[in-house]
Design a protein around this ligand. Sequence first.
Ligand code: ADP
Ligand code: MG
Length: 333
Amino acid sequence: DTLINQIAAGEVIERPASVVKELVENALDAGARRIDIDLEEGGVRLIRIRDDGGGIAADELPLAIQRHATSKIASLDDLEGVATLGFRGEALPSIASVSRFALTSRRIGNDHAATLDVEGGRIGSIVPKPHPQGTTVEVRDLFFNVPARRKFLKAERTELGHIEEWLRQLALARPDVELRVSHNGKPSRRWKGEGDLLSEVRLHEALGEEFARNALRVDHAGGAHTEGSGQGLRLHGWIAQPAYNRASADQQYLYVNGRAVRDRSIAHAIKQAYADVLFHGRQPAYVLFLELDPRRVDVNVHPAKHEVRFRDARLIHDFVYRTLQSALAETRA
Ligand code: ADP
Ligand code: MG
């Protein structure tokens, strides 16, 4: 079983940033309002994620680290319209098989908390331990028992950079959640819980003052009468005015139903909308959220879930293109 989990870890857990991503997504799924992320040595030595979500009952701790024992799919129908971020029941067992792992939690409404250790896949016993409502997952010495993978980890700065970039991506999509990050015992970043909408403050924090100053607010829903019918589609967020463009594609954030994704077709649509005004080789900057019926998009293409597949990719491409083109045209009028 440990071997199967290690193989699965090979697919999903590439580096400390992938661990942070899986654990933070679990915290969000559990309804956390505040998440503390403590790191040591770029996350290689330690990743500790603590949340104030619903928690796990002591007797369910072993289940959480069992393969495919997700609490998030009730039916096949759920699987299609899945709303939560994680749903495969693979992350915790995979991570636990390649680290020194501890899961500590107190379920909402319970008086007592408990902890469960796993070392390289060997599961310990459930031990009472004080903890406020919510969950702490501790991951030490990532890949300590898989030297071939450990060898591919990069310098502390690089691994930390990957984590910070992922957290920035998340912070843009979830301004309602407070995130506190520390590295090697020192506070390194704090994202305050700002409320429901992506605030200018968070935009500014994430992408800099210049982006925020040049950002154009977009919010457009396709209606039944829209040409080409973007019915059921909504695109909102910020695009930078063409004058603010980049040499690299470093400020391109695209979310589909709240999930950060990479999508060639949409990236192309956005570039097309800018095509008249950007020099060759320059890149637009944006933070854009596309919302649509989850049944129109398949999120299970890749285990790490960066990619999606649309049922009607052409239509979505045209909707994005047209929406941004007219927003940009207004600024020039
Ligand atoms: P998945 O997220 O795909 O369900 P995971 O392996 O990531 O699978 O997590 C397994 C299960 O452990 C989850 O379904 C959930 O029930 C529980 N769990 C994990 N992390 C947390 C957390 N931070 N708070 C509450 N429950 C959690
Ligand atoms: Mg998960």
